[in-house]
Ligand binder design. Structure first.
Ligand code: ADP
Ligand code: ASP
Ligand code: MG
Length: 453
């Protein structure tokens, strides 16, 4: 059972989450938590203030965090916070302060220091939650994720070592789980073999849940969040977005990769490999609708959902000699690979290749290298809109529906994913939300009649 930041944001949310954990017994749940609310953002901000040498602001930001956590703890325990928890919180706040002072002194924030600081968010939320479950009379143990989530040393984006995690889960987690015995552990946080703290990247708690679930061969991975499952579009953009009862792993992975914030892009893989269903459920409406993600789904729908991502940058690379050169693409992508710039969409024409990269990709060194054999045109402030569905490839006339819905929006690039379940278009970012609303109305609303089947 993984609870996201909004599901453990304050004492009231934690009470609700605790009720859900209790209701899941007797099978033993491993409870994976995010940091409370916007704690991770605040830790990042404090770290950056310290890096710029502004220690007073950094400590002020820390003070805000301390107040939030203390308030939640006092509310949960009706002002008599258990001694042990109180001490653990005091220790953690002291360590964050030390780290911030160190960063401010050196005016240097390495990815490694950043991970060390960011990891405290999950440390704090899980300490409070585990103590609260115990206070409710439940058998709950707190485990340090760094004793199980083994990653490499890519700070800020630790790559998990599945085999090691399986071994460590066997020795450090499995013995603590049993009928009516709960374990509470941090999402997002890991450690290298040498014991250095790492994180899995922003939004990584979903990934943690899937990795732990796979390592323990869980019956199900439940992602508890603030929406009734994965919807046909981000409800903040399309208020009429509908819950999707069944989603395939491939569809979910495409949606996550193309901006559906409800799931971390990498979440799905460990669960797919272990054939474990992932469900996405609402903490606020636990008996409401939810989404089950499994290997395959069979439905009549052609378009399942929409997602979008922006800003992104489109690069159009041309070479007059390209036509005759069989190795052109290899040479081109070798440069991207070497500079570690990841490419999302690619479309090729006779003498040019268009591709999309993140808006913050390091373009300067890239352009310098490419200029040796090609000319590059840059279009910034664009967005990718992805139309996702298992049956897309069997849907005749989809293109005309898409173009028909956007007669006045210029489509600058089109790409049908190699797995044929994702049709992506690139447009100017100012039209991103309008395009989603219109495509939702044209491709999803008329067919669903009250619920995406
Ligand atoms: P958590 O804190 O539980 O990890 P997130 O904020 O990461 O939650 O993800 C949930 C949010 O994702 C929702 O509030 C919603 O605004 C957003 N979202 C984006 N796309 C979708 C979608 N297709 N379906 C559901 N939610 C979506
Ligand atoms: N707390 C981390 C973040 O905000 C991880 C997560 O919540 O998934 O990115
Ligand atoms: Mg999330």
């Amino acid at each position: 059972m993984k609870f996201g930041g909004s599901s453990v944001a304050d004492a009231a949310c934690m009470r609700q989450a605790a009720d859900l954990v209790r209701a899941a017994l007797p099978p033993a749940p491993l409870v994976v938590l995010s940091a409370m609310g916007k704690t991770t953002n605040a830790l990042f901000q404090a770290a950056h203030s310290a890096e710029s040498g502004d220690l007073p602001t950094a400590l002020d930001q820390l003070k805000g965090l301390i107040q939030n956590h203390r308030r939640a703890a006092e509310d949960l325990f009706e002002a008599s916070v258990p001694e042990e928890l109180d001490q653990a919180l005091t220790d953690a706040f002291g360590q964050i302060e030390l780290l911030l002072r160190g960063v401010a002194l050196l005016r240097e924030l390495s990815p490694r220091s950043q991970d060390a600081i960011a990891s405290f968010g999950e440390g704090l939320s899980t300490r409070i939650f585990a103590a609260f479950l115990q206070h409710l009379g439940l058998d709950a143990a707190w485990v340090d994720a760094r004793d199980v989530m083994r990653t490499d040393g890519t700070f800020g984006e630790g790559q998990p070592d599945l085999e090691q995690i399986r071994q460590l889960a066997k020795t450090n987690l499995a013995p603590l789980l049993g009928a009516n015995r709960i374990v509470v552990i941090q999402g997002y946080v890991g450690a290298t073999e040498e014991g250095l703290t790492t994180t899995l990247g922003r939004g990584g708690s979903d990934y943690s849940a899937a990795l732990f679930g796979a390592a323990l061969r869980a019956a199900e991975v439940q992602i508890w969040t603030d929406v009734e499952g994965v919807l046909t579009c981000d409800p903040r953009i399309v208020p009429g977005a509908l819950p999707i009862p069944a989603l395939s792993f491939a569809e979910a992975a495409e949606l996550a990769a193309f901006g559906a914030k409800v799931l971390h892009p990498a979440t799905i893989q460990p669960a797919v490999d272990a054939s474990i269903p992932v469900t996405v459920r609402s903490t606020r409406k636990p008996k409401g609708r939810f989404t089950t993600i499994t290997g395959e789904v069979h439905t009549g729908r052609s378009v399942t959902a929409l997602a979008s991502r922006g800003p992104i940058t489109v690069l159009t690379v041309s070479s007059s000699r390209m036509l005759a050169q069989s190795g052109f693409l290899a040479r081109l992508f070798e440069v991207f690979g070497r500079l570690r710039i990841s490419v999302d969409l690619v479309a090729t024409a006779e003498v040019s290749v268009s591709l999309t990269v993140e808006a913050d990709a390091p373009l300067k060194p890239l352009l310098k290298e490419l200029s040796a054999f090609a000319t590059v045109k840059i279009a910034e402030d664009r967005a990718i809109v992805a139309i996702v569905g298992e049956r897309l490839k069997h849907t005749a006339g989809l293109g005309s529906q898409v173009f028909g819905a956007l007669p006045d929006i210029n489509i600058e690039m089109i790409s049908m994913g190699a797995n044929e379940i994702n049709l992506s278009i690139v447009i100017q970012r100012e039209h991103e939300h309008e395009a989603l609303r219109r495509l939702h109305a044209a491709l999803i609303e008329p067919k669903s009649q009250g619920g995406a089947a």
